[in-house]
Design a protein around this ligand. Sequence first.
Ligand SMILES: *[C@@H]1O[C@H](CO)[C@@H](O)[C@H](O)[C@H]1NC(C)=O
Ligand SMILES: *[C@@H]1O[C@H](CO)[C@@H](O)[C@H](O)[C@H]1NC(C)=O
Ligand SMILES: *[C@@H]1O[C@H](CO)[C@@H](O)[C@H](O)[C@H]1NC(C)=O
Ligand SMILES: *[C@@H]1O[C@H](CO)[C@@H](O)[C@H](O)[C@H]1NC(C)=O
Ligand SMILES: *[C@@H]1O[C@H](CO)[C@@H](O)[C@H](O)[C@H]1NC(C)=O
Ligand SMILES: *[C@@H]1O[C@H](CO)[C@@H](O)[C@H](O)[C@H]1NC(C)=O
Ligand SMILES: *[C@@H]1O[C@H](CO)[C@@H](O)[C@H](O)[C@H]1NC(C)=O
Ligand SMILES: *[C@@H]1O[C@H](CO)[C@@H](O)[C@H](O)[C@H]1NC(C)=O
Ligand SMILES: *[C@@H]1O[C@H](CO)[C@@H](O)[C@H](O)[C@H]1NC(C)=O
Ligand SMILES: *[C@@H]1O[C@H](CO)[C@@H](O)[C@H](O)[C@H]1NC(C)=O
Length: 627
Amino acid sequence: MLPATCLQHRLRCQIQALSLLFLFLALESVTAVSQEPQSDFCRRFSHQSTVIDDRLYIDGGYINYRKDDKNYVATENEPNTWLGYHDLNNFGGQDGLLNPQLHINLEKNRTMPTVAGGILWPDSINKRFYLYGGNWISPQRADAFTLTGYDIINDRWDDFGPSKIKLNVTALGAGVGVSQTGKGYYYGGWVSDKSMDGGPKDAAMVSDFYEYSYDNNTFKSLKGIDDRPRAEGGMIWIPTGDWAGVLVYMGGVVGDGGNKTSPQPLDEIFLYDATMEVWYKQKTEGQVPQNRGQFCADVARAPDNSSYNIYLWGGKAEYPPLTNASAYSDVYVLSMPSFRWLKADPDISIAPANRTGSRGRFGSSCNMVNNMSHMFIIGGNYPNESNVDCEPAWAVHGFWTGTVNNTGNNEKWWGFQTKDTTGNVVPSLVYSAIGGDKNGGAVIKSPKDGFSAENRPLSNLFSSAWPSPNRQPSRNVHGEAPSRLSTGAIVGIAVGGAVALAIILFAWWRLGKRVLQRREEKHRAEVTQEAQQMNQMQQEEQQKQQTQHMYQDRHFHSGQSHYSSYFGSGSVGTVTTPPLNESHWGSLPVPGSTDQQFPADATELPASDGNAIIEHKPSVSPVSPRM
Ligand SMILES: *[C@@H]1O[C@H](CO)[C@@H](O)[C@H](O)[C@H]1NC(C)=O
Ligand SMILES: *[C@@H]1O[C@H](CO)[C@@H](O)[C@H](O)[C@H]1NC(C)=O
Ligand SMILES: *[C@@H]1O[C@H](CO)[C@@H](O)[C@H](O)[C@H]1NC(C)=O
Ligand SMILES: *[C@@H]1O[C@H](CO)[C@@H](O)[C@H](O)[C@H]1NC(C)=O
Ligand SMILES: *[C@@H]1O[C@H](CO)[C@@H](O)[C@H](O)[C@H]1NC(C)=O
Ligand SMILES: *[C@@H]1O[C@H](CO)[C@@H](O)[C@H](O)[C@H]1NC(C)=O
Ligand SMILES: *[C@@H]1O[C@H](CO)[C@@H](O)[C@H](O)[C@H]1NC(C)=O
Ligand SMILES: *[C@@H]1O[C@H](CO)[C@@H](O)[C@H](O)[C@H]1NC(C)=O
Ligand SMILES: *[C@@H]1O[C@H](CO)[C@@H](O)[C@H](O)[C@H]1NC(C)=O
Ligand SMILES: *[C@@H]1O[C@H](CO)[C@@H](O)[C@H](O)[C@H]1NC(C)=O
């Protein structure tokens, strides 16, 4: 009646009896689990992301799960109710060439809304980020607005209350958050009852431009480029000029006041002196990208700050397009202050200038990581394709800003990070247009025909060294553990852990390896909680205070585990989510494509983990007219 392995594994046998007590619960938890974004990941889009220290956080948006055990997309767009992060320190594995591990064990309880098309404003100084804007997708109708934020040190969400000024809270606006100055910005977007309590049923574009000051929790309404409503553009912050720096706004759509929208062409961009609060309109030259919205972009500066290069990826085609694409799969670089657009991918020397990759998408995220040597492009919504393969490695695509291995003149852009990268370089694509070399030394520092009279101040903004406001943390950010557990608690946890392990092993034997592997993290979290509960009955008196925090998340999302706080430390870097099984495709380099990891063509996609794609479902459909 006992499994054969029992003879070889004493511990398992000894605790098996105890395991039986929990079998019913274990079975229940195994059969009741739903899919989660670490093991069952297929695709994601319209999520919010930000980088703080060595983590790339991903909140909300939509997720498409794998279809059963097959490596193709399930049809539904599910709200991603998890807060996850990619560990930028954990690239482990062969030759140091890997994508960063995804963890999904951070606090995000069910009372928190899940939104799509909003923004995370990072505060790397106070170790938080704020969540602003977006359409509520779980639940599907917005509550009265209060600003919420995630506290990295204490692994919890805080509510910063309503705004003192009336806000049109929107989705798909353009925004950026700046840790160094303690400001979050948000421009335009679509307001509706999904983005704001009391918003209109039919989404309407707005012209509002807001600034949020982190340190006194205050929103302020700023003057926009003009009075026209705008949405789906991009905003980037440049550390140049005066202390508040310069904002760059580009692309998207503009409204005429009614329901009609027209594209905002990328041959003109808008710069905002955030200290003086003045807008400038600036023409751009070169290989100007096609009209688009819901693209993503981030900036890398030359090592000597002689140029600031914005890398723009993909987006939704806005009519009239000059290609036949409904969305783009390409990367352009806008170099400033020369204001030249350069096309990085697909390479114009081997393809027509306007050619875009065949798997266009919008609603991706772009984040510079690893000292700007890489831009991580994550996810995206494919509006028009029949390919339903899952994206490997949690849809993380690494784009080397200075070409592969920071050589500057390598022909290749896409590739995994290497561990020994310490900075970024200017690619020859850029320095051959603006002068200098891979370390900077840009020669061309003005637009083709010089700065116009009214834009003369831009020349000064880009030539003065940025005086950092030297913002200081307003709380203890050096990772004081919230509480320490008593020895009794630790012993209790050890016993509880052994019981949990026994349950897992027993359930494994009973239910089969496969199911359990895929649900491992979730299962363990739940079972551990049950074990903790038993333990508490015995040790309630001496432990009540210390263990309270272990239980506070009983009603939270079942997929979230909280190992780190069980062991008394809520500080960054102690998360103990077990690494994925070696055989999991997501943790391994994409077969045969370590350098060309993001092929332009669907047909070049690697054959995943060997699961034949036996049944193609219809393409994932966009979930709203604009998202
Ligand atoms: C969920 O999180 C919010 C915000 O941090 C908090 O106010 C609330 O008490 C939490 N709910 C539960 C059930 O813990
Ligand atoms: C935005 O808010 C202002 C008042 O704060 C209001 O007058 C305006 O109509 C709002 N715009 C939309 C599109 O709701
Ligand atoms: C909040 O701080 C900013 C500077 O960061 C300042 O401009 C603003 O006036 C302050 N607002 C209030 C209400 O104190
Ligand atoms: C805009 O669209 C909505 C819904 O389609 C419609 O009710 C409204 O009349 C339109 N407004 C204008 C100005 O065309
Ligand atoms: C470039 O700018 C950054 C950010 O302002 C600054 O930290 C760095 O020291 C500057 N580098 C040079 C060489 O001026
Ligand atoms: C768009 O498609 C049409 C028909 O397939 C083709 O003739 C045309 O050249 C295409 N245009 C571009 C810019 O690719
Ligand atoms: C969408 O894809 C179909 C078939 O692949 C193609 O015929 C059509 O032109 C595409 N439409 C757009 C707008 O890209
Ligand atoms: C490429 O785009 C330019 C405008 O940026 C346009 O003039 C040209 O006709 C386009 N070429 C093709 C082949 O579509
Ligand atoms: C980049 O560097 C890695 C490891 O240093 C090496 O394996 C790989 O071949 C290099 N790639 C290119 C294109 O030079
Ligand atoms: C980034 O650069 C700093 C200073 O040059 C260096 O100490 C750090 O290790 C680099 N980080 C990474 C991830 O390469």
